[in-house]
Design a protein around this ligand. Structure first.
Ligand code: DIG
Ligand code: MN
Ligand code: MN
Length: 394
């Protein structure tokens, strides 16, 4: 039965070929379902109401395929995209599956591997541009170590920076207006992965030659694995204008990278993330693709995979409606307004330094007991959020 939460291309939902195409294999067992081909994925996602599909180079083109084979596959894929009105907003490179990357790609101690990785990324970027991608994601899944005896982490940073600087300069030299989005993860498949969180990435970006074209692609699971807040990672990225893409999924804290259906774990975390992205609290909304980097349970057959895809998109739309209801709630608005009004007389006391401001501040006497006495009604606010989420409060 169709309803208001059925996705449409206007919602900008996207999935990677590797997500709904995941045949359910894991380190302890082989695949449990047929692989859905890229062309079938395009058709299936279009039928579900998605906007687009993303890909690693080798999700579409087998590693080492000859040029003629590559061109045939791309031609067939572009035909499916046209037939189903599907876009390719993002492309990325698989720099982690082939054994050549056993010691990393951009941080391999072997400079030949680093050069090969840059060449592979260049070809993947060309493929992305050919498919219409405007964002190139870099996830350094193999950029890490099992022992610090392997290399000095500063060398790894330097090599990574050289590769990113080369690729940024090459992309600009091609005349493309691409944006690069760096994706962090703390571990898995490496014991330690360099640049482990979105926060690490935000600093690394500022050390690049062309930092203006580089942002981040935070992933829920990758921030939650070490118990960090995805909401804070995304808020900081938005605040500095670096949220270029986002990977949405679900994750239990302290587990391996589960990449579960969006909203299926930590419902409150997903709610406050959607509230941030939708801008219902007052800040500008995120307007990029809403990408689900997730896959169905291993228990599922192909029909279950499409249940998973629809579930990701519906859950996002349901939480967006709940976020709108929460921020439209009179009591919520009143509590937040009252808190914002607190100390209005001092709102500008420390916003800009001057000798006069410093003198005034030093001369001020604060009634610490009176200031300490006031509560903020966050218990009430969070209870309202709970009741909106559970449908008790409309
Ligand atoms: C894993 O979270 C990574 C890879 O799947 C891919 O490189 C990136 C794109 O979203 N996410
Ligand atoms: Mn993941
Ligand atoms: Mn991801």
């Amino acid at each position: 039965m169709p309803d208001a939460f059925d996705p449409t291309p206007a919602d900008r939902f996207t999935f990677g070929l590797w997500t709904v195409g995941n045949p359910g294999a894991d380190p302890f067992g082989g695949r449990v379902r047929e692989r859905i081909s890229p062309v079938e994925i395009v058709a299936g996602l279009a039928k579900c109401g998605a906007y687009g599909v993303n890909l690693h180079d080798n999700d579409l083109i087998p590693f080492g395929a000859p040029a003629a084979e590559r061109d045939r596959i791309v031609k067939e894929f572009k035909k499916a995209l046209r037939e189903h009105g599907m876009k390719v907003p993002m492309a990325t490179t698989n720099l982690f599956s082939h054994a050549i990357f056993r010691d990393g790609a951009f941080t391999s101690a072997d400079a030949r591997v680093r050069a090969f990785a840059v060449q592979k990324a260049m070809r993947a970027i060309e493929l992305g541009v050919e498919l219409g991608a405007k964002t190139i994601v870099f996830w350094g899944g193999r950029e890490g170590c099992e022992t610090e005896a392997a290399k000095d982490a500063r060398d790894a940073l330097k090599w990574n920076r050289e590769c990113m600087n080369f690729l940024c300069a090459w992309s600009k030299d091609q005349g493309w207006k691409l944006r690069f989005a760096l994706e962090a993860k703390p571990n898995e498949p490496r014991s330690e992965i360099y640049l482990a969180t979105t926060g690490h990435m935000l600093h690394f970006i500022e050390t690049l030659d062309h930092s203006e074209m580089v942002g981040v692609n935070p992933e829920v699971a990758h921030e939650n694995m070490p118990g960090l807040s995805m909401v804070h990672a995304v808020a900081q990225s938005m605040e500095c204008g670096k949220l270029f893409h986002i990977d949405l999924n679900g994750q239990k804290i302290g587990r391996y990278d589960q990449d579960l259906r969006f909203g299926s774990e930590d419902l409150k975390g997903a709610f406050f993330l959607v509230r941030l992205l939708e801008g219902t609290g007052g800040y500008p909304a995120y307007t990029g693709p809403l990408h689900f980097d997730a896959h169905a349970y291993r228990t599922e057959d192909v029909a279950g995979v499409w249940d998973f895809a629809r579930g990701c998109m519906r859950s996002y739309k349901i939480l967006a409606a709940k976020a709108k209801a929460f921020d439209a709630d009179r009591e919520v608005r009143q509590i937040l307004a009252d808190n914002r009004k607190l100390g209005a007389s001092h709102a500008k006391a420390i916003t800009r330094f001057s000798k006069a401001a410093a003198m005034r501040l030093l001369a001020e006497s604060f009634d610490a007991e009176a200031l300490a006495a006031r509560g903020h009604r966050y218990e009430r606010l969070d209870q309202i959020a709970f009741e909106v989420l559970t449908g008790v409060r409309r």
